[in-house]
Design a binder for this molecule. Structure first.
Ligand code: S3P
Length: 434
């Protein structure tokens, strides 16, 4: 579906809340596969990636129930008997689901076939398959080498491995952390740069009070009857679009309530603060994840750069930061962001091609881009989201801030991570979406 976005009709003001963070939600849903008992989740988003994760655990035999405003995942009886037949797990658009399921399956003896939509079927799986094969998991590709669909044969145990996570990918790290539960010793995984640490935090939370040896952790999860409750803080990567809108729309002043403020996810906020953005954080709690409120008031931004060692820590916000760069005075640059080429789209090529349509002076680099700032926008421009949710939301932010309306193609892909994005934009922007 295409959307026509006009300039914001008023400054952004008031309070905004967001549905639960996608990365945290997918991990908590998948945890139900190895955690015996009941997990109750508050503020679980109804985004497509989370729905695919719920369907996957349900197909594996986890019961799903609604209790008041919460979602309950119950793994009380042994998971479904699978015999010789492979169980098919459809991952939709979610690489987090596919890669984390691969690691988790090391603890779940059986045969599985993983598949996904066209975009996911072209994304690299070798980064997790290679180490998992080395650890003893039998994985074969069913169509194209290195991509979904693939078949896993798990015996429920793995050998210790040492691995370098060259892409500094949180998904690789988390996949190996899950797989490592079925090995005698924890895997030794190193990486050049830092990235989101939700799985590490989840493990620290689960095992903190028990003082368990590594070899006892899996049976602690699978044999004890647990009852856990998690309130999932708002998605900071979805909030990011409204942070930039409020910074750049004169007169804006908003308070984003109860959003995830894990330091490994807020690097883009520190970057926007350095560029002159008036953003203040108020931390309200930190049980397993840090959360709190974010106040944003309109500011003008200076040009800025993202260095290779910073790219992984703000990888999902780089397209949005490109929009910020286009509004900033001076030359901005992103380097070391090779990973953008293998996201839901080739985010470097797709982003730069659409910015050029808006008359932004910018250039592609193999590992990022350069943006010189300023627009020379004509009217009747149509931007293609390439079915990539982060590009659709970035282009909607641009359209909301530029003088002429813009049409965004296939913009309903925002449902992948932020299903209420356009409702929110309409509400805070004064009905600027058709
Ligand atoms: C994610 C990690 C990142 C990010 C993705 C979600 C996660 O991917 O881009 O949207 O939940 O672990 P990489 O680990 O491939 O960098």
């Amino acid at each position: 579906m295409d959307f026509l976005i006009s300039p914001l009709r008023k400054p952004l003001t008031g309070e905004i809340v967001f549905l639960g963070d996608k990365s945290v939600s997918v991990r908590l849903v998948l945890l139900s596969l190895i955690l015996k008992g009941k997990i109750t989740l508050g503020n679980l988003p109804f985004s497509e990636d989370v729905k695919s994760s719920l369907k996957a655990v349900n197909d594996m035999g986890v019961k799903l129930l609604k209790e008041n405003d919460c979602f309950v995942l119950e793994n009380t009886e042994p998971l479904r008997e699978r015999g010789e037949l492979p169980l098919t797990i459809y991952c939709g658009n979610s690489a987090t689901l596919a890669r984390l399921f691969l690691g988790l399956s090391a603890n779940l003896p059986g045969i599985y076939e993983l598949s996904g939509d066209d975009s996911l079927s072209n994304r690299p799986m070798m980064r997790v398959v290679e180490p998992l094969r080395k650890a003893g998991l039998n994985i074969s590709f069913l169509k194209k080498e290195g991509c979904l669909p693939l078949r896993i044969e798990s015996k429920g145990q793995t050998e210790f491995i040492e691995w370098e996570n060259k892409a500094s990918s949180a998904q690789v790290d988390s996949s190996l952390l899950f797989a490592s539960l079925s090995s005698e010793k924890p895997f030794k995984v190193s990486s050049p740069h830092t990235f989101r640490d939700h799985t590490e935090r989840l493990f620290a939370f689960l095992f903190a009070r028990e003082n368990l040896r590594h070899s006892e952790k899996l049976s602690f999860l699978t044999k004890t009857n647990h009852e856990l409750y998690f309130y999932i803080p708002g998605d900071i990567s979805s909030a990011a679009y409204f942070i930039l809108l409020a910074l750049l729309k004169p007169g804006s002043d908003i308070l984003i309530k109860d959003v995830l403020l894990n330091d490994s996810r807020t690097a883009f906020i520190r970057k926007l603060q350095e560029a002159g953005g008036a953003i203040t954080l108020h931390i309200k709690g930190e049980s397993f994840e840090k959360y709190g409120d974010v106040r944003v008031t309109a500011s003008s931004l200076k040009a800025f750069t993202v260095e290779p060692e910073e790219a992984a820590s703000m990888i999902d916000e780089l397209p949005l930061l490109a929009a910020a760069m286009a509004f900033a005075n001076g030359t901005s640059e992103v380097s070391g962001a090779w990973e953008l080429r293998v996201k839901e789209s080739d985010r470097i090529a797709c982003l730069i091609s659409q910015l050029k349509k808006l008359g932004v002076s910018c250039e592609e680099k193999p590992d990022g881009f350069k943006i010189f700032g300023g627009f020379s926008q004509a009217s009747n421009i149509v931007l293609d989201s390439f079915g990539d949710h982060r590009l659709a939301m970035t282009f909607s932010v641009l359209a909301s801030l530029l003088p002429n309306p813009l049409m965004i193609m296939n913009a309903d892909c925002v449902n992948i991570s932020c299903p209420d994005f356009f409702e929110k934009l309409k509400f805070y922007g004064g009905k600027n979406v058709e």
